[in-house]
Design a protein around this ligand. Structure first.
Ligand SMILES: Cc1ncc(COP(=O)(O)O)c(C=O)c1O
Length: 481
């Protein structure tokens, strides 16, 4: 224990920094030795941490050693190549290192003057990223932490567009607002509606077809019906890559309706948006040029450490109108000639997040990134082919990207027992510690999802996943026979 009242000396910082990088290198090198999912009970980690903070400073070595002793046993290893759950997101080396620099600079890009490079790098990197995705030049980008917050800002801009008085008058000025999204849209859309005074009843969920895509005719019927009944339609959220199945709503047809009824079109492409850089995937982005706003998450499938979500809008003026509010202490002499990023959202303080996207794009290059995405899509398709060929598993949704929805269908099992069987199968798979998958429910069927989107995933990991699934399936089958 040491009494300290000043920061680390440079030599101590350097030595501790080397230890941290050595620790990180060891962690990533040995990542496959860990159980993907920890086997601990709630509260076990908390118990390892003393109830009281230290009165005096501890050695950095002791602090760092507690990462292995206290934290690692409770970590779900997102960096593990057999993490194939949710939308598996991984951090690459250049992204991790950029994060260290960002923390070292500790810049706060509230306004241009509070850190000019932060604002200008962010704007330029988002121009790069937009050109990589081949989105129209008219889109202006801004970084938020997550897709949930990006969509919140898209819907806030939509609200500002249709109910401009809401900024001053608040909820009383919202006369029965109506937002539309498909039944498969992410819960963040409803959360945004809750936060923006639209309310959950202000969200109308549109039916999907057999491939889980929004049905435009149903959307139009709903809009017409709402107008007749005194509602005020203001926004449609289309999804490219829904969370459960990665289905793609027909953005081109939806955009026609948005133009017809003068509605804001927000596109949630949190996971699949990155694939817009692949010419063969352009078919899923038809009509994207008509979107008023769109979100894609480099932290999901572009190897940028969490968190970094990119939001583009064609109508930054409306977003700015919704949020710009400049107190005296933030006025600067440069305001008339610069962007102040605080004008485009709720948050004032702004971390130097663009650095990690900049590093990742420069380190891999656009061709390198395309190659990795293509590999993931190829590996997922090979897994889907394996499922299709099997007589005891079935695919439950099309596989446009790198997410496979499937379930086991053991011969002779009654339909009503399949859900329970698959639920237990998933528990067994995950309890091996060798693979982590998650689930959804599609048409009342318990569905297992396998996602290939990690920077360290190779063919052997997919083959390994197949083996584990098959093995646990056989064991479970035997137990019920
Ligand atoms: C389609 C879609 N939108 C939004 C989100 C929310 O993402 P975030 O965690 O970045 O808020 C998810 C999460 O998986 C998603 O799949």
């Amino acid at each position: 224990m040491t009494k300290r009242n000043s920061d680390m000396q440079p030599s101590e910082f350097l030595n501790a920094g080397k230890e941290v990088i050595e620790w990180a290198t060891r962690y990533l090198t040995n990542i496959e030795n860990y159980r993907v999912l920890p086997s601990i009970k709630p509260g076990e980690i908390e118990k390892l941490i003393p109830n009281k903070p230290p009165e005096f400073g501890e050695d950095f070595e002791t602090i760092l050693s507690d990462i292995d002793r206290i934290v690692i046993p409770g970590i779900t290893h997102w960096q593990h190549p057999k993490f194939m759950a949710y939308f598996a997101s991984t951090a690459s080396g250049p992204g991790i290192l950029a994060d260290i620099i960002s923390s070292t600079l500790n810049s706060n890009g509230m306004v241009w003057k509070s850190s000019p490079a932060l604002t200008e790098v962010e704007c330029k990197v988002l121009d790069w990223y937009r050109s990589i995705l081949e989105f129209p030049d008219s889109f202006k980008g801004i970084i938020y932490d997550t897709a949930s917050i990006s969509s919140f800002h898209g819907i806030a801009a939509a609200r500002e567009y249709k109910f401009p008085e809401s900024r001053n008058k608040g909820m009383s000025s919202l006369s029965h607002p109506r937002l539309y999204c498909s039944e498969q849209a992410h819960s963040s859309i409803e959360k945004a509606a809750i936060a923006l005074g639209i309310g959950m009843e202000g969200v109308r969920k549109i039916k999907v077809d057999s491939e889980f895509k929004m049905i435009p005719e149903e959307l139009e019927k709903a809009i017409e019906e709402d107008i007749r009944n005194g509602y005020s339609p203001f926004c449609v959220v289309g999804t490219i890559g829904t969370t459960s199945t990665t289905s793609v709503d027909p953005i081109d047809e939806i955009s026609e309706l948005c133009r017809k009824y003068d509605l804001w079109l927000h596109v949630d492409a949190a996971y699949a948006g990155v694939t817009s850089m692949l010419p063969e995937m352009k078919k899923y982005f038809k009509g994207i040029e008509y979107a008023d706003s769109i979100v894609t998450n480099p932290h999901k499938w572009l190897f940028v450490p969490i968190d970094l979500s990119v939001f583009y809008t064609k109508r930054p003026d409306i977003l700015k109108r919704a949020f710009s509010l400049v107190p005296e202490y933030l006025k600067t002499d440069a305001d008339s000639e610069v962007e102040n990023l605080m004008d485009y959202g709720i948050q004032l303080g702004r971390r130097f997040r663009s650095l990690k996207l900049w590093f990742v794009i420069r380190y891999f290059g656009v061709e390198g990134l395309k190659e990795i995405l293509r590999k993931h899509i190829r590996l997922a398709q090979s897994f889907a082919d394996w499922i299709k060929k099997s007589s005891e598993f079935e695919l439950l949704a099309p596989v446009p990207f790198s997410t496979v929805c499937f379930r086991a269908v053991p011969k002779g099992m009654d339909a009503q027992n399949l859900n329970e069987f698959n639920k237990v199968l998933l528990e067994h798979i995950n309890s091996t510690g060798k693979l982590f998958l998650t689930h959804t429910v599609l048409n009342n069927k318990f569905t297992i999802r396998l996602v290939v989107s990690g920077i360290r995933q190779e063919e052997r990991h997919i083959l390994g996943a197949r083996e584990i699934i098959q093995e646990e399936f056989e064991i479970l089958k035997r137990t019920i026979q």
